[in-house]
Write a protein that binds this ligand. Structure first.
Ligand code: NAP
Length: 336
């Protein structure tokens, strides 16, 4: 039977953990649901974070673990579950009322009290694959996952030379030739990281201008063993048992070519993990529509971090969202 919370936070990346820290300090009864133990989000697979104020050059894993330890020090409760969907419910079901009554009896040794009026407002039922959680507010901080390139060979060679995480798999390509696809922060960071160990790295970008931060661009372009292939797209990933070559096309001249590589790292952006909330919340290109307060189209449900509509998806903005959404949730709880 569902346990009850003031706040359920979905996701344990920087946004979810920052929300947990603020919620614990606000003394809200809170649960963080994470898909896997220590899910942690994208930060854990980032080699180096160079723009988090006060901690220049800290490893992504180290920063992620600091967030986690801080939340744990404040005795945050975690549950390992995968959220399927969230339901709205005007009041608790009879079964849930019976549970609350039983809990009151155990705790206070008194006869069951009716559910207090102020507690029967708008409840949310977070339905996971393992359990159901009853809560008055929800913060969705479920982040985003790597987007696929969608070319022949990508799926067939996944784990056989095709990777979406340079820090996880880069070591398999020591002294080899690799390619990184994309022109954003992740692609630039991946190419810089791989250049430390690979014989040669090709950054393949579909335009003649990079999207990633200027400091990363400068670092990348200064490396002797990196070549940028501008205005170029990958049409297929080829090989026998593992990746051996990429079929390329120059978008301006239309010229086709082949590049022999041992590995290809795909960094073409992210897709928000908003599937479970389709139909419940307003989405915009897959991102949950929310402003700085985190308020979504449903009162009492907030969105934080990479999953929401926003200008800048970075760790520093994710943790700010965590703080803001808890403040919004507290206001909602007081006003109910
Ligand atoms: P991103 O900024 O959206 O960049 C995706 C890149 O992939 C773009 O250069 C895009 O090209 C290219 N691309 C997209 N679809 C493609 C396709 N089908 N074929 C070829 N190229 C394609 O994504 P990201 O680099 O994964 O970063 C995600 C978010 O995390 C961003 O907001 C980023 O700023 C943030 N982030 C921040 C940091 C940091 O602050 N240290 C580190 C990592 C990530 P176009 O340029 O032509 O669109």
């Amino acid at each position: 039977m569902a346990k009850q919370y003031d706040l359920v936070i979905i996701g344990s990346g920087p946004a979810g953990l920052a929300a947990a820290i603020y919620a614990q300090r606000a003394k809200l009864s809170t649960l963080v649901i994470e898909k896997e133990m220590m899910s942690g989000g994208q930060v854990l697979t980032t080699y180096e974070v160079d723009n988090y104020p006060g901690l220049p050059g800290i490893g992504g894993f180290d920063l992620g673990m600091k967030f986690r330890q801080h939340a744990e020090q404040l005795e945050t409760a975690f549950a390992e579950d995968e959220v399927d969907h969230v339901e709205l419910t005007a009041t608790m079901t009879e079964a849930e009322e019976a549970l609350q009554a039983a809990e009151l009896r155990v705790v206070e040794g008194s006869s069951p009290e009716p559910v207090p009026e102020e507690n029967t407002g708008s409840w949310k039922r977070v339905v996971g694959k393992k359990d159901t959680y009853l809560t008055r507010t929800v913060i969705i901080a479920a982040g985003a996952t790597h987007r696929k390139l969608g070319v022949p060979g990508e799926e067939a060679f996944a784990g056989m030379g095709v990777s979406y995480c340079a820090t996880c798999d880069g070591a398999f390509f020591k002294k080899k030739r690799t390619a990184v696809i994309g022109g954003g922060d992740v692609a630039l960071e991946d190419a810089i990281f791989l250049a430390r160990m690979c014989e040669h790295v090709y950054l393949i970008h579909r335009r003649d201008e990079l999207r990633g931060a200027k400091t990363l661009q400068e670092r990348l372009l200064s490396l002797d063993n990196v070549t940028v292939l501008w205005d170029t797209v990958v049409e297929a990933i080829e090989g026998t048992e593992k990746v051996q070559a990429l079929k390329l096309k120059h978008v301006k001249s239309g010229e086709a070519s082949e590049l022999s590589v041992d590995g290809v790292f795909i960094a073409v952006g992210i897709t928000p993990n908003s599937g479970p909330y389709e139909g419940l919340l307003e989405l915009d290109h897959g991102y949950i529509r929310a402003d700085e307060s985190g308020a979504t189209s449903v009162p009492g449900i907030y969105a934080a971090g990479d999953i929401r509509t926003k200008q800048l998806r970075q760790i520093v903005t994710a943790v700010a969202d965590g703080a803001n959404t808890v403040t919004s949730a507290e206001r909602y709880l007081t006003e109910q």
